[in-house]
Design a protein around this ligand. Structure first.
Ligand code: SF4
Length: 452
């Protein structure tokens, strides 16, 4: 590939959709002859693929933009994505940023950057009305090269749920699904470039193929998974976050069938069901459309259909009006449910959301104290979940070399997303091998030995 002598570094923040879009931006820039370098190195162009899901995400987005400017004061610094979209940040007034790119402009980023470097002018594509309304990024683009063994594929964008604390529906627009054949073509192209595991992602994945807002269509999703599984090069399929309401008896059975190794099932038994709170009153204020009991019923159905599925979740602590008693309900609920992992987020006020105007905003100390309680709970539950596989066989997709507790190891994940390690050099990244989970390197990483 002909190099153009320019070095570009991309830093990604936020969700899986953003990771996917960052990957596509990188490939596009690489195809135009840019050398891709780590963000810590001096580059001619820095792109920060921003996120605005919490105030912390906003802060990190700003920090990375400032860091890029400090690293090379002469570089072109580009802010892309959701932090630019919400319109409340006046990004162009931030002295670090030369160019602001919205989500729907991301497919054109390489051309915009090139024009700017050559002429100093900001020239953006003129959108048709349809493109203007459809904020989907990269729709119709096929990723033809990818060096990693795992790739994210976005099958859906936008969200109609309007949870009271979230700005995403404003930043990403209404829920839209991508064409099934186009997705399948993209998966084909990914496998041809060596990808073994496909991670199905979206802003609100459960809206894929929905019949109307709030009328989910789990068949559309499971049919798509079935079609992806038919592609030879696909060795594993992993699902991003799912809506608890999607899991009824039929869907759980169908997911179980897609996971069943005896039937050649390629779907990983790993399901992320967003909970946010285990208290019905808090869920109502959050505008989540389910109760804690409905959530527990969905988890039980998956556990009936699949052996020890890895169930993971997100929980917000200190939501406006959350009392000690309400938090205690969440803690008790999670204690009984014993999920694999809980991702804990202290509530963060977002301007322009309903939750920002609710009475009973909790102080930071309360949010942090409640987060600490749930973090201790999830550490113990995750350890117990991993221990249940001690001495058992598991299949690991080996991913990258790293140093853990002073030892050089190759790490990867089992189908249930348990991180495992072998001595570096004993396997190659990209290999999928059967191993025995023999012990613990740390609380979070299990050691693996060759299966006899
Ligand atoms: S489901 Fe709720 S939290 Fe998730 S993107 Fe949609 S509005 Fe935001």
């Amino acid at each position: 590939m002909k190099k153009n002598g320019k070095r570009v570094a991309v830093h990604n923040l936020g969700c899986k959709v953003n990771s996917y879009e960052a990957e596509l931006m990188l490939r596009d820039l690489e195809a135009r002859g840019y050398e891709i370098v780590p963000f810590e190195e001096t580059a001619d162009v820095y792109i920060v693929n921003t996120c605005t899901v919490t105030q912390i995400a906003d802060k990190k987005s700003r920090q990375m933009l400032h860091r890029a400017r400090r690293r090379n004061p002469d570089a072109l610094v580009v802010a892309a994505g959701c932090y630019v979209e919400t319109g409340e940040h006046a990004i162009e007034e931030d002295g670090s940023v030369d160019l602001a790119i919205t989500n729907r402009e991301k497919p054109f980023i390489a051309g915009i950057v090139e024009t700017y470097l050559e002429t100093g002018e900001i020239r953006k594509p003129v959108m048709t009305d349809e493109q203007e309304n459809d904020r989907t990024c990269f729709s119709g683009q096929i990723l033809t090269s990818c060096s990693t063994e795992r790739a994210f594929i976005r099958i859906q964008d936008g969200c109609d749920q309007f949870c009271s604390y979230c700005v995403i529906p404003y930043a990403r627009g209404r829920a839209r699904s991508r064409d099934r054949d186009e997705i399948l073509r993209e998966v084909h192209a990914l496998t041809e470039s060596g990808v073994r595991e496909i991670v199905i992602s979206g802003i609100h994945l459960s809206s894929y193929g929905q019949l109307a807002p709030q009328r989910f269509n789990s068949r559309a999703l499971t049919d798509l998974l079935g079609r992806i599984a038919e592609i030879d090069g696909v060795k594993r399929i992993r699902l991003g976050s799912l809506e608890p309401r999607l899991i009824d008896a039929e869907t759980a059975r169908e997911l179980g069938r897609l996971c069943d190794p005896a039937e050649g099932g390629k779907l990983c038994p790993h399901f992320h069901l967003s909970l946010q709170s285990g208290c019905d009153e808090t869920l109502r204020r959050m505008n989540r459309h389910y109760t804690a009991a409905e959530y527990a019923a969905g988890a039980a159905l998956l556990r009936e259909a699949i052996d020890r599925p890895a169930l993971t979740t997100d929980v917000i602590t200190g939501f406006p009006g959350e009392t000690e008693e309400e938090f205690e309900q969440t803690r008790r609920f999670l204690g009984e449910l014993a999920l694999y992992e809980i991702h804990v987020f202290p509530y963060s006020v977002r301007k322009g959301t309903v939750a920002a105007t609710l009475p009973g905003q909790n102080p930071r100390s309360v949010k942090e104290a409640r987060s600490a309680v749930l973090l201790a709970l999830t550490a113990a539950q995750a350890r117990a979940y991993r221990e249940s596989f001690l001495g058992q066989e598991a299949e690991v997709l080996w991913e990258e070399e790293e140093e853990i507790t002073g030892r050089r190891v190759l790490t990867g994940h089992t189908r249930r997303y348990i991180k495992a390690a072998v001595p570096a050099g004993s396997r190659r990244p990209g290999d999928i091998t059967a191993v025995k989970l023999s012990g613990f390197l740390t609380d979070e990483v299990m050691t693996a030995t060759a299966e006899q």
